[in-house]
Design a protein around this ligand. Structure first.
Ligand code: GLC
Ligand code: CA
Length: 518
């Protein structure tokens, strides 16, 4: 294991809060969230215990994919404010000790980006090689989605995601056709350098780094180990290390072995994918570990998580999410009480936590919501933050019909106002857990992690972080502990608990506890 401290050092204590800017807080009554709204709520975020933000794409865009279709990387979308407002947001955040990651979309632009419009022209120009075009209007890109017939250029172009998102050209690992660029061709290198300049622009204006969209998608025809794409990122990371050593990158990749160990990302999300260990904790219906009446099995999580953790160890961190803008929220599939135990677990694992706005109060996934800005089933996870019991849940003063998305108007919709000061609430639980995490270096991502599975009891887990011992039992039954484990609890005091009174001979039903060092 590499024992070099991970750089930048601020990541070790980082707790991120993800903001979908459309839906966070509207300060000018137009029904959509804005930068001023984020600035106004910084003290709330800080008091929750988060000290870093990830803001979803806030750049000029036709919004066919909620801003992941960027039309101008260097100018913010007017609906959120001006570039100056965003610079002010960086400043205000820094004043409160909060770092800010922007969302970098390096794999594709909007089909309305000027680079792309130029690349579609018949006459070759400096942008002709910026995207991936075949050399004949009747020839597609084998094995990939492509579009023909839209532009004068004699060729078809490759897509990276939706139809509105043409793939930028970082080259091919093994170019096999005359129209496929090598990774070190001038046009592929020009794309890479252009993206570095986008990063420099925002870092120079005060951003602290980037969440990187579809980070694995750059080099085409890549091998299983993403050799080409990893090489591009190592080069970008080297630029950061030289020019912006305090900047951080978190990958949307969900393969820590490649993203951290090979590509050089500081962090990589552990995403919700059907069948993986993270999914088995929260989103696998009756089989979810945190469903009280389910039949979860912690080994499904550990078998998948441990190799990721080991791959990242000493080089970077696994980014642990409560949810994100692409994933169904944890509630109501889990009750707020189940969510407390789930968050307690996530916030004490060796990783960097990312709390999705509103998860701290148990905002609920809104099933069946009509799609908005390319959200489809993701739309129900993107509804406005619920601040108060007042009109529009305190999100906006606009008419309800004008809101970006309807607010949860259920009489029992959770709100910040309703939970503040209530020690039993999810909000105060998250706050307490984060304050404990900040006070205990053994809960930092660098401290040792030893899971101690309980023979015959896969519904519960004991685990060690540094010198602390922790236990979680989401099930409805007490779980007796074998003697050797009881001995490990001997002489320890309980620092924090959720659920029934702590007991070191058995784990009470629906409980979580942290025990101090002996
Ligand atoms: C990522 C984003 C998602 C977006 C897609 C295309 O998965 O998280 O929201 O639609 O990339 O950019
Ligand atoms: Ca607004």
């Amino acid at each position: 294991m590499n024992t070099q401290p991970i750089s930048p050092a601020w990541l070790r204590d980082a707790v991120f809060y993800e903001i979908y800017p459309q839906s966070f807080y509207d300060t000018n009554g137009d029904g959509i969230g804005d930068f001023q709204g984020i600035i106004d709520k910084l003290p709330y975020i800080r008091a929750l215990g988060a000290n870093a933000l990830w803001i979803n794409p806030c750049f000029d865009s036709p919004f066919k994919d909620a801003g992941y279709d960027v039309r101008d990387y260097l100018r913010v979308a007017p609906r959120y404010g001006t570039n100056e407002d965003l610079y002010r947001l960086f400043e205000e955040a820094h004043r409160l000790g909060v770092r800010v990651l922007l969302d970098l979309v390096p794999g594709h632009t909007s089909e309305a980006h000027p680079w792309f419009l130029r690349s579609g022209e018949e006459t070759p120009n400096e942008y002709s090689g910026r995207y991936i075009w075949t050399d004949d209007w009747f020839k597609g890109v084998p094995g990939a989605p492509y579009v023909g017939g839209e532009f004068p250029r004699n060729g078809t172009y490759m897509l990276n995601f939706f139809k509105c998102q043409p793939a930028l050209n970082y080259g091919w690992l093994h170019p096999a056709e005359p129209w496929q660029s090598a990774m070190d061709s001038p046009e592929a290198l020009a794309t890479r350098e252009a993206m570095k300049d986008v990063m420099r622009f925002w870092l120079d204006h005060g951003a602290d780094g980037f969440r990187v969209d579809m980070a694995a998608s750059l080099v085409k025809g890549d091998d299983a180990d993403k050799q080409g794409t990893c090489a591009v990122w190592r080069d970008i990371r080297a630029m950061l290390d030289r020019e912006y050593p305090e900047a951080a990158l978190v990958a949307e990749w969900s393969d820590q072995r490649l993203a951290i160990a090979r590509a050089g990302f500081h962090m990589d999300f552990y995403l919700d994918h059907a069948g993986n260990g993270y999914h088995s904790l929260l989103r696998d219906g009756e089989a979810s570990f945190f469903r009280r009446d389910g039949h979860g099995d912690i080994r499904r999580f550990l078998d998948d998580f441990m190799p990721r953790y080991e791959a990242a160890r000493g080089k970077g961190y696994v980014a642990l999410i409560t949810c994100n803008h692409d994933t169904p929220r944890v509630c109501p599939a889990l009750t707020a009480d189940e969510a407390k135990l789930a968050y307690a677990f996530l916030l004490t694992l060796p990783g960097v936590p990312f709390i999705y706005y509103g998860d701290e109060i148990g905002m609920r996934y809104q099933a069946g919501m009509p799609t908005k800005e390319g959200g489809y089933t993701r739309t129900g996870t993107r509804t406005p933050m619920q601040w108060t019991h007042g009109a529009n849940d305190g999100f906006s003063t606009a008419d309800a019909a004008m809101l970006y998305l309807p607010v949860d108007d259920a009489p029992d919709a959770p709100t910040v106002e309703g939970q503040t000061g209530d020690p039993d609430s999810l909000l105060e639980t998250v706050r307490a857990l984060l304050s404990l995490r900040a006070a205990q270096p053994d809960l930092s991502p660098d401290a040792d992690f030893e899971p101690i599975t309980l023979p015959g009891a896969p519904r519960a887990l004991v685990y060690r972080r540094g010198a602390l011992l922790l236990a979680v039992n989401p099930s409805g039954d007490a779980v007796a502990l074998p003697e050797d484990i009881v001995a490990r609890f001997d002489g320890r005091t309980c620092l924090y608990r959720l659920g029934a009174a702590a007991d070191t001979a058995a784990l009470p039903p629906r409980s979580f506890a942290i025990y101090a060092a002996k």
